[in-house]
Design a protein around this ligand. Structure first.
Ligand code: C5P
Length: 327
């Protein structure tokens, strides 16, 4: 039976913050054992893919993408992984081009800060996996997509899954966590990014020099789960924690000053470094407080963004067709 193939597909994937991030010992594979709680937030990357001659990727969006060059970004790698799953029959249909990939153009619209500790690159990779799977009609199921995601990076499976999840191992062994409400946050991106491996290395150094505690295992406080389950912002304020915060402060001391300053604001409950930083995430008690905070921070010249979480993981964006527009 003839199949109707999509002309183009569009997928959105969310950025994340870690409301708990406990870092255990360094493992032999260069990763650290983690116990973390991811929260997907309403700042999205959008990936569109359509058939084209050659294999090209372009970047645009509200963040400066000029440093994203070369042909081995996470987006290229995700597309190649999906292409490698095509059957011989599908290969014959599509005609395999450069690097084993059917001719495709992938346009990435970025809104999550780059090197900001919010998993923007992971969201791009997750969205690309979904987009190529649909565009080429590969038919990969959820499990296979999850496996491919984990080979691309520790945070990529969560960008597929979204919501709220406990991440163990490298952070990619996920269990959904019940969240009984919506949490309001204000994000403050930093002008310059921090390299994730550099932040982990700095934490190892601070631990070796006994500047910060050196736990023998990673663990999330049960109070974090309780606060999420009950949708309690004040519970979350008292429970959230990020082991990477000290390392991010050590590499970018201005962050600590900002956190102190933000915490004095009457609409801020607490400020947290997002993942490995340097984006700061301020928890607000409600939407009105978040809006006030954004207005005040913008008046100070800071690029504050209001978001909520949890939100869904990578998902297709429906393009309205003519019938929808006429209805
Ligand atoms: O998997 P991903 O490419 O996102 O990880 C980037 C780097 O962050 C790793 O190469 C490693 O240095 C550090 N990392 C870590 N332990 C983790 C996750 C990341 O040390 N669980």
């Amino acid at each position: 039976m003839a199949q109707t193939l999509p002309i183009a597909v569009r997928v959105r994937a969310p950025g994340k913050i870690n409301v708990a991030l406990s870092v255990g010992p360094l493992r032999e594979d260069g990763y650290h054992d983690l116990a973390t709680v991811f929260l997907a937030v309403s700042l999205y990357e959008e990936v569109a893919a359509w058939p084209a001659r050659g294999f090209t990727v372009t970047y645009g969006g509200s963040v400066d993408t000029s440093m994203l060059t070369g042909d081995d970004t996470l987006v290229h790698r995700a597309a190649r992984l999906v292409a490698a799953e095509l059957s011989a029959e599908q290969r014959a249909v599509w005609g395999i081009g450069e690097g084993g990939v059917p001719g495709v153009h992938i346009a990435v619209e970025k809104h999550v800060p780059i090197a900001g500790g919010m998993g923007g690159g992971s969201a791009d990779a997750a969205a690309t996996l979904l987009a190529c799977n649909a565009l080429w009609n590969v038919g990969l199921g959820k499990e296979r997509l999850w496996e491919l995601a984990a080979t691309l990076g520790a945070d990529v499976p969560f960008a597929l899954q979204g919501g709220t999840a406990l991440g163990l191992g490298r952070g990619d062994e996920l269990t959904p966590v019940l969240a009984g409400g919506t949490f309001h946050w204000v994000l403050v991106p930093n002008e310059t990014g921090l390299s994730t491996p550099a932040v982990y290395r700095e934490l190892d150094r601070l631990r070796a020099e006994h500047v910060v505690p050196n736990p023998d295992r990673a663990a999330v406080a049960p109070e974090v789960m309780t606060a999420l389950r009950s949708g309690s912002a004040s519970g979350l304020r008292d429970a959230l924690h990020n082991d990477l915060q000290a390392a991010a402060f050590s590499l970018a001391p201005e962050l600590e000053t900002r956190v102190r300053q933000f915490n004095l604001h009457r609409d801020a409950m607490v400020t947290l470094v997002s993942g490995s930083g340097p984006t700061l995430a301020i928890l607000a008690p409600d939407q009105i407080a978040a809006r006030m905070l954004v207005a005040d921070l913008r008046a100070q010249g800071l690029g504050a963004i209001e978001v909520v979480g949890p939100v869904h993981g990578a998902h297709f964006v429906h393009e309205p067709d003519e019938d929808d527009l006429l209805a």
